[in-house]
Ligand binder design. Structure first.
Ligand code: NAP
Length: 558
């Protein structure tokens, strides 16, 4: 491997901030994809940037989610940062879906090759951030008692990072390890030969179960709502495949930039399921059943917009799922139908042997919605209305406070002193998911009302917009930008309008995190811009090309 350092950020280490009186030009919280993209892009402007993370390494999601089987659901070769063609050519993925370690290694590789480490401060938790209006800067405080100031404050904390810890009586009483899936112990946890209980049956459990079941004495999954489980169809990267990816990277990146979910898919395909004769439709569904979310986008264009087409897709997936579970009663419990909820009203998981795992003697499903509701956790395990289940380990695979959770987990105070949590009590509004009114000089990467898409694509597009905005500020000598309230209202209204026209709006019936309907502390709300990621990226570009009309630029003393 080449040892050349890609220095877009010449001599960033020890660089003085351009702005007088602050410690850094920009501070970003989060050393995952977002933090590294910020370091690269703001580095090109010659700014001093510090990235903080409470984890002990870079990786973000991939530093925390250490549960067995954790892997990406996007295909590797477009789950990456694209700012350097050289690095795209250099890094070698080993699989279609890399495991969490491989993705974390990839991010370490980016940090190494771009000489980012001096600007990353790990093991540092930020406990408060506040805008100091009189100084036109932000102050962030760490748990260790340090304070730092910066002109631009950026959240790269991730949109699925703050866990939902359910309120189940007795959790403190359990005598063994009990933890949320995203806080799987960093030190070795030996579950071989142990009885493991998993509460929740979402994307995390779908990945975790088949791996844990291989060596655990038993695994019991407590399921409320079944999922539309799509096949992952893992593959090793072959030299030929790797070569063809590398020859076509420009096309791959361009496809992601245009696609409704930021993925390198060939869609739209120009045909609808409802207009296709049944036999031909079945043939296309079968032919495209080759793994990943591709199936949803590369079969027909109307699966997520037409209820009739969505029902056809749901029926097809349901039949495929039932084929793989030997016990027909169990298969029925594991399989949702359109009448329960449409495909994508909850984010469907990708399967690496989840359904087959239920054919093992040491795996069982407990239907806590219809058959035996969960009552409490006791010293020895889990109690339902029908009896007690004994465990050595309990995993809460109960999901995340998506989009706003990390931003509300500690006080982030804007110009009026109000926190984001207070501001978002009624509705979590933003401008394009990147700025929030009353929070000057603050950027949020993939915040509420951004699209839900292949995250590295969205992150990079957000960071490019942020970089262009900061470039304008610095070149034109502005001290402050104020996000305009009317722009926020307009974006929120547009987002709500589009949301209301989609089948995803039915997610509130089934606790979908995509609407925050999985939270006990807040009502469901519109959290995602469903107008299409490609269109959203165009909107960001148009905003930057037009001089950021959503923001008011000011000089101190204006
Ligand atoms: P999730 O999809 O929100 O699933 C949470 C599960 O916990 C659901 O089955 C839910 O049941 C259950 N649950 C929540 N509270 C409960 C309670 N009090 N009692 C019993 N059950 C409860 O969470 P997740 O599986 O962690 O996945 C969340 C998202 O993270 C995914 O959709 C995905 O976007 C991301 N993720 C990505 C990957 C990847 O890309 N490789 C892997 C894992 C996760 P109900 O459905 O009935 O509410």
């Amino acid at each position: 491997m080449s040892t050349t350092v890609i220095r877009t950020d010449e001599a960033a280490q020890g660089r003085k901030p351009k702005t007088d009186g602050v410690d850094f030009d920009a501070i970003c919280i989060g050393a995952g994809f977002a933090g590294l993209a910020v370091l690269h892009h703001l580095g090109t402007l010659g700014l001093s940037v510090r990235v903080f993370d409470r984890a002990s390494d870079v990786g973000g999601t991939w530093a925390w989610n250490r549960y067995p089987g954790a892997a990406t659901d996007s295909e590797s070769y477009y789950y990456c940062l694209t700012f350097s063609k050289e690095l795209l050519q250099e890094w070698k993925w080993t699989k279609r879906y890399p495991g969490r370690e491989e993705t974390q290694n990839y991010l370490r590789f980016i940090a190494d090759r771009c000489d980012m480490w001096p600007n990353i401060q790990l093991n540092t938790e930020i406990v408060e951030a506040r805008y100091l209006a009189d100084r036109a800067c932000w102050q962030v405080d760490t748990a260790g008692g340090e304070s730092f100031t910066c002109k631009y404050f950026i959240s790269g904390m991730g949109m699925i990072s703050e866990p939902v810890i359910p309120k189940i009586n007795g959790m403190k009483d359990f005598k063994g390890p009990l933890f949320h899936s995203s806080r799987w112990p960093q030190q070795h946890l030996d579950y071989a030969g142990k009885r493991v209980g998993i509460i929740g049956a979402g994307a995390t459990t779908v990945q975790m179960l088949p791996v844990v079941a291989e060596t655990a004495a038993s695994v019991t999954v407590f399921q409320r709502t079944p999922n539309y489980v799509l096949p992952a169809m893992q593959q090793d990267m072959t030299p030929e495949w790797d070569r063809s990816i590398k020859q076509n990277y420009d096309d791959i990146v361009a496809k992601c930039r245009k696609h409704v979910f930021g993925m390198a898919f060939d869609s739209p395909v120009g045909r609808n399921a409802v207009d296709t004769p049944a036999e031909e439709r079945q043939r296309i569904f079968e032919e495209k059943w080759t793994g990943s979310f591709r199936w949803v986008f590369e079969t027909f264009d109307d699966l997520l917009s037409s209820p009739e087409a969505n029902r056809m897709a749901a029926d097809f997936i349901g039949a495929k799922m039932r084929e793989r579970v030997k016990d027909p009663v169990l298969a029925e419990k594991l399989t949702p139908s359109f009448d329960d909820y449409p495909l994508f009203a909850k984010r469907p998981p990708l399967d690496h042997g989840y359904l087959e795992a239920f054919n093992r003697d040491n795996v069982q499903l407990v239907d806590i919605k219809n058959a035996e509701p969960l009552v409490e956790i006791i010293e020895t395990g889990v109690r339902t209305t029908k009896g007690d289940y004994d465990f050595d380990i309990i995993v809460l695979a109960t999901g995340f406070k998506a989009y706003t959770g990390a931003l509300e987990a500690f006080p982030i105070r804007g110009s009026s002193g109000q926190t984001l949590q207070e501001k978002w009590r009624a509705q979590s509004e933003s401008i394009m998911g990147v700025c929030v009114s009353d929070f000057p000089n603050m950027f949020v990467i993939t915040g509420p009302q951004a699209p839900f898409a292949n995250l590295p694509t969205s992150i990079e597009q957000n960071v490019i917009w942020i970089t262009r905005c900061i470039d304008k500020m610095e070149r034109e000598g502005f001290d402050v930008f104020e996000p305009r309230r009317e722009a926020e209202q307009a974006w929120s209204a547009q987002t709500a309008d589009i949301h209301g026209q989609t089948l995803m709006a039915q997610g509130d019936k089934v606790n979908s995190w995509m609407m925050g309907a999985n939270r006990e502390d807040k009502p469901a709300r519109v959290l995602i811009y469903f107008g299409g990621a490609g269109l959203y990226y165009d909107t960001l570009d148009k905003s930057a090309d037009g001089g950021f009309p959503e923001l008011e630029f000011k000089r101190r003393g204006d």
